[in-house]
Design a protein. Structure first.
Length: 422
RNA sequence: GGAGAGAUGGCAGAGUGGUCGAAUGCGUCUGACUCGAAAUCAGAUUUACCGGCAACGGUAACGGGGGUUCGAAUCCCUCUCUCUCCGCCA
C-alpha cells in the first residue's frame, strides 16, 4: 500500500507511476473517496467529542436527578446520530481502503519504460550459451528421465504438476536445496524453517490475498493457505513489530516447497520441470534501512547470481520495465538460466525491492534516530528455484553417453559427479 | 477431542459500569547531586488516524469481532491465542 499522504501531496507522482506500469486506475475517484472519508471522519469525531463531554458532566450529577435524566435524553439522541454517521463512515472507509489498495507501488526512476516482457532491459549476461553440451536435448527427452522423475504416478496420486523425484532425482533436489542454503548462510542469511501454511492475515499482508488469480491452494476446514513462496511466512515473521535500528539489515533465508495452482497457464512451457504445482525453492529476504535498499537490491541480485556462476550455468539478468514490473515492486531483476535443450531462457529468480509498500501493509518498522517508528524497506529474491535449475543442469551437462556431469560445487552435496538415468 | 483458567502499556501487575490512556513496581530517557559512576531525588516515557506551517487540538486502541447501556478495560456473545488437567498421537 502507498502512503496516503503521497496521494494527497503529490498525486502527479502516483499518476505517473500508474502510467509507467501501464495500469488502469481512476485516480480522481480515489482522491474523491479520500476526501469523503476524511470529511465523515471529522464529523464522527466531533460527535464523539460531544458524547464524551456530556458523559463527563453526567458523572458529576446525582443519578436519577432531573439534570441527570435530561442528559440521558441528550445522550440518547447523540447515540442514534453517531450510529448513522458511523455506518456511513465505515462504508466510506472501506471504499477508500479498497481504492488505496488498488494503487501500485511507484517504480524507481531507474526502471525502464516499457509495456511488456519484450521491453525488459538485459542488464547483464554471464557465461557462453554456445559452450554447453553438444548433446543437449529437452530434459524430458533424456533417456531414462522417467526413472528419476515420475510424472504419471504423480498425476495418479495427486494431479498434473506434482511429480515424484526418485533415486538420483530426489538426491539432486536435496543436493541443490542444501547447496543453496549453505551458500546463503555464507553471505549472512540466517536459515529459517517456516510454516508452509499461512493464515489469511499473513497472505493479505504480503498482497497474496485477495487472490484474484486463484493462485493459492486453500485448506477446506481451517482456511489456511499453502504457501506459493516462502516470502509469505518470512515477511510476516516481523508483522506488527518494531525492530531495533541496530538490527538492520536483517537477512534470512528459507527453503520451502512452494504450491501454485497456476490457474490459466497452459501451453508448451509446462512440459517437464518447467512449471509445476509443487516445487522447491530457497528464498532470500532482507529487511533494511530505507536509505540502503537500492544498494541491498544489488547485493541480493549478486547473491542469487553467484549461485548460477558456481553451478557453471549461463544466465542473463533482466531489468524489468514498468509494464512488466509487479504491482508491489519498485524495481525488479529477473535471473534467467539458459536451457540448452529447449534453447530458451528459464526464470529461476526474481529479486525485488518493495521499498515500504509491503512494510506498510504488514506494519514492519524500526525505531529511527529520532526514536520514532519508521517503515523498513523489504526485499526478496529466490536463491534459487530448484526445478528449472535442475532442468538446465540436466540439459546443459548432458554427455554423449547419456549421463549428466555435475559441477564441482555439487559433488559434496550429491556425493558423486555423475547422474545416470539407468 | 473433553474439562477448566486466562489475555491490560517495553516487562511485571492493579483495576468488575461513570472524569481510566489506565494505579503501582521494574525498565528506559532527561535533569540535579558527583571528578566520574553507583545510590538518591525531580521530571519524562504508547501507538495510529484526522485537522494545523507549527505550537497544539481532536478521536481511537485494555487479544480480534459483535452486542447490552445514556456511558464498557469492567456485563453478554463469538473467534483467536496461552496455560493446567484428561484423552489421543509422531
Amino acid at each position: 500500500m502507498l502512503d496516503p499522504k503521497l496521494l494527497r501531496e503529490s498525486p502527479e507522482l502516483v499518476r505517473s507511476a500508474i502510467a509507467k506500469k501501464h495500469l488502469n486506475v481512476d485516480l480522481d475517484e480515489v482522491q474523491q473517496l479520500d476526501k469523503r472519508w476524511r470529511g465523515l471522519l471529522t464529523q464522527v469525531e466531533a460527535l464523539r467529542a460531544q458524547q464524551k463531554s456530556v458523559n463527563g458532566d453526567m458523572s458529576q450529577l446525582a443519578k436519577g436527578s432531573p439534570e441527570f435524566l435530561a442528559k440521558v435524553g441528550e445522550m440518547k439522541s447523540l447515540k442514534t446520530e453517531v450510529k448513522t454517521q458511523e455506518a456511513a463512515l465505515k462504508d466510506a472507509e472501506t471504499a477508500w481502503q479498497d481504492a488505496m489498495m488498488s494503487l501500485p507501488n511507484i517504480p524507481h526512476e531507474s526502471v525502464p519504460e516499457g509495456k511488456m516482457d519484450a521491453d525488459n532491459v538485459i542488464a547483464a549476461t554471464h557465461g557462453d550459451v554456445n559452450a554447453v553440451s553438444a548433446h543437449a536435448k529437452p530434459h524430458w527427452e533424456i533417456d531414462g528421465f522417467e526413472n528419476l522423475f515420475d510424472f504419471p504416478r504423480g498425476a495418479k496420486v495427486t494431479g498434473a504438476g506434482f511429480p515424484y523425484y526418485i533415486g538420483d532425482g530426489a538426491k539432486l533436489v536435496r543436493a541443490l536445496i542444501h547447496f543453496f542454503l549453505e551458500e546463503a548462510g555464507q553471505v549472512g542469511y540466517t536459515e529459517v524453517n517456516p510454516p508452509i501454511f499461512v493464515n489469511a492475515a499473513s497472505a493479505t499482508a504480503t498482497g497474496n490475498l485477495p487472490d484474484k488469480e486463484g493462485q493459492m491452494y486453500e485448506t477446506v476446514v481451517d482456511q489456511l493457505y499453502a504457501v506459493p513462496t516462502a516470502e509469505i511466512p518470512l515477511t510476516n515473521f516481523f508483522r506488527d513489530e518494531i525492530l531495533p535500528e541496530a538490527d538492520l539489515p536483517v537477512q534470512r533465508c528459507a527453503y520451502t516447497p512452494c504450491f501454485r495452482r497456476e490457474a490459466g497457464s497452459y501451453g508448451k512451457d509446462v512440459r517437464g520441470l518447467n512449471r509445476l504445482h509443487q516445487f522447491d525453492k530457497v528464498e532470500l529476504l532482507k529487511w533494511v534501512h530505507p536509505s540502503q535498499s537500492y544498494g541491498e537490491l544489488e547485493n541480493l541480485r549478486g547473491d542469487a547470481e553467484r549461485l548460477l556462476q558456481k553451478l557453471g550455468l549461463p544466465y542473463r539478468v533482466l531489468l524489468m520495465c514498468g509494464g512488466d514490473l509487479g504491482f508491489a515492486q519498485a524495481k525488479k531483476y529477473d535471473l534467467e538460466v539458459w536451457s540448452a535443450g529447449q534453447e530458451r531462457w528459464l526464470e529461476v529468480s526474481s529479486c525485488s525491492n518493495f521499498e515500504d509498500f509491503q512494510a506498510r501493509r504488514a506494519r514492519i518498522r524500526f525505531r529511527n534516530c529520532d526514536n520514532k517508528p519508521e517503515l523498513v524497506h523489504t526485499l526478496n529474491g529466490s536463491g534459487l528455484a530448484v526445478p528449472r535449475v535442475l532442468a538446465a543442469l540436466l540439459e546443459n551437462n548432458l554427455q554423449e553417453d547419456g549421463t549428466v556431469k555435475l559441477p564441482e560445487v555439487l559433488v559434496p552435496y550429491f556425493g558423486r559427479d555423475t547422474v545416470s538415468f539407468g
